[in-house]
Design a protein around this ligand. Structure first.
Ligand code: ADP
Length: 580
């Protein structure tokens, strides 16, 4: 708990002004609440002493006034303290997102997306509940408790002790049942999400289910899940059903004791009727603190556990960060060099002994089987990953000496699997280039070979793509991603198998457009298709993480190795396609 508060301290400190005012309101509210039974006692004692009704009416007015004051401070207490907890939640969420976005792919390989999402939503909410309602009710109920008990003790300490005997039982019952109910509730939530994803999967995969005649099997599995879900819900109802009457009996028991012990004292004239009524009112006031105490204990425990999980994410450091004094890249030329580069993922050696020189402004290509390490190789250039041995240099400087953000700004990287945001096509192309003019966007789209498709899209560049918008074909997606990279006006352009889903005619057109655009820039093309790479200045063949062949298209054909074989195979395929 202490550790949790220490972690939350910087956030609490930021709102110390607001929190102090909130706690001031809380104190005044509690003081007003605690004074109410005193006024009631006075009123009743005056009545029993034979006072005029008029003076009692004055007491009634005073009660209304104090209640109004109490209500006002209670309102401010809630608005300010719960508001501050929302502010802290806002800061925490921003910090968490900031951290998540700075972490590299190795982090995302270690954590499941669902787990990260749960921490960023459920856990964050639990922390807010702890810092907001948790601390607020803890302070409120402790003060109410102390004030009420002090006044009650001053009247009769014996009666106070007797009346408070069942109080710990109420708190323990709340802690115990609160925990059970919470656990069951969480399990129900998890089950419900299981059921929903099952249904969603079934609906999307309905054709496969029919084709494999799996309707019965799926139905049976669904029924089992559904039965479990209902069973767990019934278990939850049983616990809540038991909890409420138990709590009410305990509270009723408290009043029974008060009636019995207080009644005795009243009859023996040891306390006045006013004091007796006052005791009753205070006991009524103390019920909430007894319940709240148990509730707050649970809130604090859940909040601490959640804070721990959030702190685990916050403690992750990006393994690719800018050096203390980064070399500036003011006039990039775009020369790339690999010097004895090796890359391992755990025990697996993905690249070894890579020596490669790409002069500024030239175009090279990399071919090789799937899994030969092509993607890994190019990911080293914008520092999406770091090499385990050797050096990657851009303009003669190790990439680790640059600020990654600055380095990435001069690189247009089109990954193998493109990602389009659910935004308009124009916004997707202009991603990363704020303030791009519509002419520039249109030009990039033209160069990427998207113009013909645009005429078909209902709203041109304003067509929403992705979720709930137009779904693009694989080729259209790739060309949108190429347009995105072109718009950045990069010094270095990397196309990682980015033309795989494009037909050869379109591919030729795009490559021609690109060759004009990239005349003064460095281009790296990755492909398993000879047609894509044949015009590259130099072609490298990668096999099991090593460069096994290199040369121009003509040179490699003469060598009669992997490349020549690939060429023959694809030539044959093309002939077959034409013959069809
Ligand atoms: P290519 O682009 O030529 O298909 P990749 O560079 O994608 O090859 O992959 C090379 C090898 O590295 C593959 O065997 C792949 O399984 C492995 N690999 C790639 N990324 C990771 C990773 N993040 N963790 C572990 N292994 C990886």
């Amino acid at each position: 708990m202490r550790e949790t508060l220490r972690a939350a301290w910087p956030y609490l400190r930021r709102y110390r002004g607001k929190l102090s005012i909130g706690f001031g309101a809380l104190l005044l509210k509690d003081a007003a609440a605690a004074s109410l039974p005193l006024v009631i006692r006075r009123g009743i004692d005056r009545l029993t002493a034979g006072a005029y009704l008029e003076s009692v009416i004055w007491m009634g007015g005073l009660l209304v006034l104090i209640s109004a004051i109490k209500g006002l401070f209670q309102y401010w207490m809630r608005v300010i303290l719960i508001g501050a907890s929302r502010d802290i939640e806002y800061d925490l969420r921003n910090d968490l997102f900031h951290r998540l976005i700075s972490l590299s792919s190795t982090f995302y390989a270690r954590y499941r997306t669902g787990d990260i999402m749960a921490r960023a939503t459920n856990d964050l909410n639990q922390v807010r509940m702890m810092l907001g309602p948790g601390i607020m009710y803890w302070m409120e109920t402790s003060i109410t408790f102390v004030l009420a008990v002090v006044v009650m003790m001053s009247v009769s300490w014996r009666l106070t002790l007797i009346c408070l005997l069942p109080a710990p039982l109420v708190s323990v019952a709340v802690i115990y049942f609160g925990r059970i109910i919470h656990e069951r509730f969480e399990r129900i939530q998890a089950m419900f999400s299981d059921i929903s994803s099952r249904v969603q999967e079934n609906l999307s995969g309905v054709r496969v289910i029919r084709a494999y005649v799996q309707e019965e099997a799926e139905l049976r599995q669904f029924e089992a899940l559904n039965r479990e879900y209902v069973g767990e819900n019934i278990r939850l109802v049983k616990s809540t059903g038991l909890f409420m009457p138990l709590l009410q009996s305990l509270i009723g028991f408290t009043f029974l004791i008060l009636l019995w012990a207080g009644g005795h004292q009243l009859l023996e004239h040891r306390i006045s009727l006013g004091s007796f009524v006052m005791f009753n009112t205070y006991m009524g006031m103390l019920i909430w603190p007894m319940i709240a105490f148990g509730w707050v204990v649970n809130l604090m425990q859940r909040g601490s556990a959640s804070m721990k999980r959030i702190r685990e994410l916050m403690a992750e450091t990006p393994d690719i960060a800018a050096p203390a004094r980064p070399v500036s890249l003011t006039q990039p030329r775009g020369a790339i060099e690999f010097r004895g580069v090796g890359m391992r993922y755990g025990d697996a050696c993905v690249l070894s002994g890579i020596d490669l020189h790409v002069p500024a402004g030239s175009t090279i290509a990399i071919v090789g089987y799937t899994g030969s390490g092509k993607t890994t190789l190019v990911q080293l250039i914008p520092r999406l990953i770091d090499a385990t041995s050797g050096q990657v240099l851009v303009d003669g400087v190790d990439v680790r000496q640059y600020d990654p953000a600055e380095l990435r700004r001069i690189i247009g990287f089109v990954p193998q699997e493109t990602f389009l945001f659910s935004a308009t096509l124009g916004e997707n192309i202009a991603f990363g280039v704020p303030g791009a003019t519509s002419e520039a966007i249109a030009e990039a789209a033209e160069l990427a070979g998207l113009s013909a498709d645009l005429a078909v899209f209902p709203a041109g560049f304003d067509t929403v793509v992705g979720e709930r918008g137009l779904t693009l074909s694989g080729g259209q997606k790739q060309r949108t991603a190429i347009a995105r990279a072109i718009l950045r006006n990069p010094r270095i352009l990397i196309l990682d198998d980015a033309l795989a889903s494009v037909d050869t005619v379109t591919e030729e057109r795009i490559l021609e457009g690109l060759s004009r655009l990239m005349r003064q820039r460095t281009t790296i093309l990755i492909s398993h298709r000879v047609s894509t790479v044949r015009n590259a200045g130099r072609i490298y063949v990668l096999d099991q993480g090593r460069i096994v062949e290199q040369g121009t298209h003509a040179e490699l054909l003469l060598k009669g190795g992997y490349y020549a074989e690939l060429y023959q195979k694809q030539l044959l395929e093309d002939e077959l396609t034409v013959a069809e």
